[in-house]
Each structure stands twice: as structure tokens, then as C-alpha cells.
Design a protein. Sequence first.
Lengths: 225, 329
Amino acid sequence: MGIRNSLSWDELYALVLNATGETLYMVTLATFFTLLVGLPLGVVLFISRRHGLTPLPKLSAALGTVVNIGRSLPFVVLLIALIPLTRLIVGTTLGSTAAVVPITLGAIPFFARIVENALDEVDKGRIEAIQAMGGGLRYVIFTVLLPEALPALLAGLTLTIVMLIGFSSMAGVIGGGGLGDLAIRYGYQRFNNQVMVATIVVLVVMVQIIQMLGDRVVRVLAHRR
Amino acid sequence: MIVAEHLTRQYPGQGAPALQDVSLTINDGAVFGIIGRSGAGKSTLIRCLNLLERPDSGRILVDGRDLTQLSDKELRLQRQRIGMIFQNFNLLHARNVSDNVAVPLQIAGVGRNERKKRVADLLDLVGLSDKAHAFPSQLSGGQKQRVGIARALAARPSYLLSDEATSALDPETTESILALLRSINQQLGLTIVLITHELNVVKSICDHAALLSGGKLQESGPIAQLLANPNSLLGKALMPDCGLPELPANPLLPVAELTFYDILLASPVLSSLAQVHGVGVTLFGGGVESIAGQRVGRLRVGFQPPMGGVDLSEVMLFLNQRGVKAEWV
């Protein structure tokens, strides 16, 4: 018996299911942490601007620089450059959980800019109306900025999740598994078209579902207001 | 009482200052209209009154407290006493009508139950009880401004600032919003400061007016005084229009403009003129308007002297003695 290159349907199913699970695991965790850090970071970027609500030029410049550096590195480079940090945070540099660290850090600057831009689109008059009532920064952020920008924020989040799926496909480089890893190991290294096609189908369907859900939520919200 | 003293504001990189040494006194209970063309500095001025815009120099005293000297926290408390409405309404689109009106109450720390009651009262006051759960995008411009007014009144302010509140509305809606503001002024004793570029707004509800141009205050005072002052630009502008500006076809006819106040409108001054002096009166144009609660009429007339002529200065004297202000054109 030589090396068997074709898989039975059961084998294919198990492989793809497992990889899909890994991808969903990484993307879900990374989305959570990206939101957790990226949203406040975006708010701070917005309010600390030179003519912002609480101008903090030094902080603004420092954060802006960090965010720009994060956004200018290709993800594969970031993935490897962050190995020491990943070890520090997760304790290991291998596996899906370890891959969440670079994926998240790669997405945070992107999402923070999206948040900043979404908040900038909020009508300045509405902010002034709250200030004229005697509302401080807390009210401006939580009753005007975030709620009024919600549709744009959700559209940006959808964009970010799709990007996270892209990032997660490179996690194979550090043994993170997932659909991208599967495609490289079977589709590229073993010329297994079965796996290649299955991977592509699952990824496309996944992105479609996320985009559709995102669009629908945004539409419902936009319709109501 | 709001007193603005020597306000000056220069926007960086712009030639002329937006405000130059503007001083104003706005008494309690007044409806004070500040009128001017676009770019005259009206918006800057009204935004200085709650310090949305900080003047480069000068003071703003609200009930004796200088806003420019307050800490951030004190200023926020002070602002709760000064409601504001806007040309573009500035309602929160993510909240329905009730929740929009409730915002100032939340800021003022009013409890949930009391908030609910107050919001219902306010919506009743502005006639929008049936729209409590509608979102701003589902309302017309006039309805949005009513929500804006309800919201501005929520925290029971002593002052209401109106930044071109009717400029985005059609004439009928403008009239209904002005009527609402008038009744709020009368019922609640709220002092209203409004800026506008429309003379009609000033005529309709203001009892005091100021003219701003090029960032400078040209004149200000009670409208009755402005109307009575022949040198007042604003008084002249507020007067009813005589209609056709050009002179009548017959240049031989001496033409005069007559101004009547209040009850004089009803008394038959012109017919007695005809009777006493035998002078015929030809009407070329005129108008009667209610300005600051006072009816003012203006007529442009030509005098047809009787055979044998008449001393026209006697005609003028006759009119002036009866309280009609008459001027040759």
C-alpha cells in the first residue's frame, strides 16, 4: 500500500469539522478581546484628538503611532514577532489559544480606527445638545457617541470579524490549526483537492453568514431610527 | 437676568472677529431677539451665553454668577438651568421621543418614576403625547422641534436659548412653534433668548430686540422704544412694509408716510382730515402688523389739496397732534 491520497467522506468530514471548530474558537475569542480593547481604545483615540472632547495631544500622538505601527505590519510578520509576548500571556507559543494573541493584537488597531471613524461621523450638534444640558463626558460617550454610532460600529465589527477569519487562517504557522492550516497541509502540501474545495466552501459560507447577519442587524437598527 | 459684558471672540485664522465688544442685558421674563444676517456673529453670541463657545474676553453673568469663572462641574450645574433648542433639532436618533425628553432629567439625577411623569407632562405641553414611542426619523420638522422644546424644558430651566429654531421650518410650522414659545414664556415665565435672521420671528414674539452686524452690536432695547425712535435701523426694519417702494405716477401730489399706533388705527383720522381741511387722501400702499403685541400701521398716501390750496404744514401738524407720525417722502 502506498501513501493514500484520497480520504473517505467520513475522514474528510472529521478533518473539516475539527478545523472549523478551531477556526470558530480562535475567531470567537479574538472577536471578544478585540471588542474589549479596541472599543475603548477607539473612544480614547476619538476624544483625545486635538480638537476633541478632552484634547490630550501627547496621548493622542502616542496611541496613534502605536496603532499605525500595528496596522503597517503584515500579519504573518506580526504573528512571528509576537511569539515572546504570546509565551508570556498564554504560557505556550503553540496551538489555537496561543494563536488568539497575535490575531487579537493584529485586529485591535484596525478595529480601533473603525471605532474612531464611526464616532467622528456622529453629528456634532447632538454632542453639543448634551453638553448644553449640562451632560459631562460620561453622558456624551454613553448617551450620544456609542448609541448614535451603533449601526456604523456593528458594520465595522462585521468587517473586523471577516478579517479575523483571514488572520486565523495563518495561525497554522504557529500550530494554531483551523481551516487555513488544513488547506495548506492537505491542499497545498499533498495536492488533495477534496480538502481544498471543502475548506474553501466552509470559509465562503462562514463569511457569507457573518456578513448577512451583520447587514441584517445594521438594517434593522437603521430602520428603527 | 443674563448680562453679557464686552464679549470678544476671534476664530483663529479668520480676519474679522466673530464678536467685538458685545454687551447685552436680558431681563427676566423677556423674549429677547437677536437679529442679523448670516455671519453676523449671532450664533457665536448665543453659544457664548451657555459657554458652548468660550469668549476670548468678557464675562457672562447669569443671575450674577460669572460663567467664565466656574469650574467644569459648576458650569454643568449652571447649564441645567439654561435650556437650548437648535435649528437642526439635534435629537438623539437612537432614542424614541420619550427617552429623548428624559435625557436632561437623567443628567439632573431625577428618579425613574418622577422622570416618567415629567416626560408625560412635557409631551402633553407640546402636544405630542401620541408620539411618545416614535423615533425622531418618523417625525416632521415641526414635531422634531416640539420634542426639542420639551427636552429643553425638562429640567425646569429659567432660560431658554433658541439657535435659529424655526429657520429649517416652513412658515406655518414656524408660526405654530412661535406660538408655543410665546405661551411657554407667558405660562412658565421663562426668559427666552433667540437668534434669527427673520424679522418676522422678532415681530411675532419678541419684546426686546438687538441688531448684530459684523460681530458688533448695533443697537438693542425694548421693541416699543426701537419703533418710536426715528433713528433706529431696527425700528425702521420692523415697521410694516408700505408696499410699492417707487413713487406714484403723479409727482405733483405731495406724498407722505403715516405711522399709526394701536387704537389710532380705528379712529377716523383721515376722514376728519378731509372734513377739516378739505384735503383728499389717495392711498398708495400700506400695511398693519402686530409687533411686540402692539398694532402698528403704516400708510403711504398722497394729499390732494382743495381748490385754492392749503398749507400742507398745517396738515402735518393736524396729523401729529392726533398721534399719527407723518413724514414727507
